[in-house]
Ligand binder design. Sequence first.
Ligand code: ADP
Length: 393
Amino acid sequence: MEISAIVILSVTAASAVLAAVLLLDRLRRADRRSRHLSKAVNSLTDQLRQATAGLAAEKEKLNSLLSAISEGFLLVDKENKVVMFNKAVEHMFNLPPDDFIGLPLINLVRDHEIDSLVRQCLGTSHKQTATVEVDKVKHYNLTAVPLEEGAFVLVQNLSHIRHLEKVRQDFVANISHELRTPIASLKAIAETLQDGAVDNREVALDFLQRIQIEIDKLAQMVSELGELSLIESGDVPLNMKSADVAAVIERVVGRMAAQADRAGNRLEMGTPPDLPAVRIDEDRIEQVLVNLIHNAIKFTPPGGRINVSARAEKENVLVSVADTGAGIPPDDLPHIFERFYKVDKARSGGGTGLGLAIAKHIVRSHGGDVGAESEPGKGSTFTFSLPLAESRR
Ligand code: ADP
């Protein structure tokens, strides 16, 4: 082989080796870079994962906070479409389980006053407040605050406060109404006496008797009102003890037997021998029984029967006072435990309409409840529950 050929061959081989070495080096560097890159990608993925988890936890916290708030909370976008709302809004507007997100606000609130208040807030970018009445019974206080991307609406339910205001107004109106009758009678008697009746001893004595009756009525009302307000305020300390309710019934029935007798009614009791002990303030439960038996006697014509019984049921003892008297019309039945409620004023036998309200509060303060069933013309049964002294579970 010629020298020149050998030289060309070795130069070619050398440059091939050099190219291979360079390629290898470049590959090695590329591999190092790619390892760096994949490390960076991995750490970025970790950071992202942590950030997403953090965001989800924050969202969860915000959601549970919003669902725990009793005020309604709503977010709408610039077009007045629902972005989010909490549980309180669901309850206030009685929402069906539809998805309202993305729908116009009116679909959710179904009230044009609320809808236009939020529109005004979005249009003017100013906070708007209003009190809105929905369906005559629901009252809401609304505050719409503009945000960059829409508005935030706070809904406060005032229905309960309004209801309490109404109860207080009715209460005052009822008291003044109840006071008016005996006061008018007293005034009329005084005027008649002044006009000369005082000189006729017999008539004067009769009027004195009537004055006494009216004063007794007033005194009873004042005492029952005081008692009711004391029980309602929760300031009456209950002397709770384990007690045999059959013995309590027996005592009250014994005490009221003469009164039932005078009214021509039979008062009897029926309790099983193995009644479990209850946890009660005996004096207060006696008062409940007296009120119920007193009513049974008052509203049962002569020849009727009144039965006081007790039975155990689950974690309670149920005590019933049943009579064969006038009964209570179905429309009145849900109201008879309200203060001053009387089915028929003429028939109420001079009662104040407070006896059942007092009984209900006493039973409730024991952790029990009271109810009534009745059939007009056939009779009524009042039943209240008392918790057992020891749980049977
Ligand atoms: P009061 O007896 O002083 O009027 P209550 O609060 O005890 O007041 O009772 C409220 C009303 O419920 C009574 O006026 C009467 O109309 C009705 N009522 C209560 N108990 C009976 C009963 N056993 N039978 C028929 N009506 C009853």
